[in-house]
Design a protein around this ligand. Sequence first.
Ligand SMILES: [Zn+2]
Length: 104
Amino acid sequence: MTVLENKIVTARKLHRCDFCHSIIKVGEQYNYCSIVGCDGLYHFKSHLDCTEYAKRIAPSFDGISEDDFQNQVQEDVEIYSIEKNTIHSMVKEIISIKESKECT
Ligand SMILES: [Zn+2]
């Protein structure tokens, strides 16, 4: 698997985040990745929060599938006893909890 391009772009139309499956709104910044895998070229779009979270799970983009992502979210939701919400909201909350812990 090779990452051809990995950049932050602004959405000009609605997209769906490939990690959490929530909507990426028009005008919102998101992470756009062009990847060549076994099945050819594909594009991976994700919220900046979800991308940040994925990087925390696996420092290289390669290792993480959306299943890994969502399993990790479920695990962190248990650990930090976060209220059930959309995955994207829970991800944002987990990141802010983790960041506040790193500072102390
Ligand atoms: Zn997302």
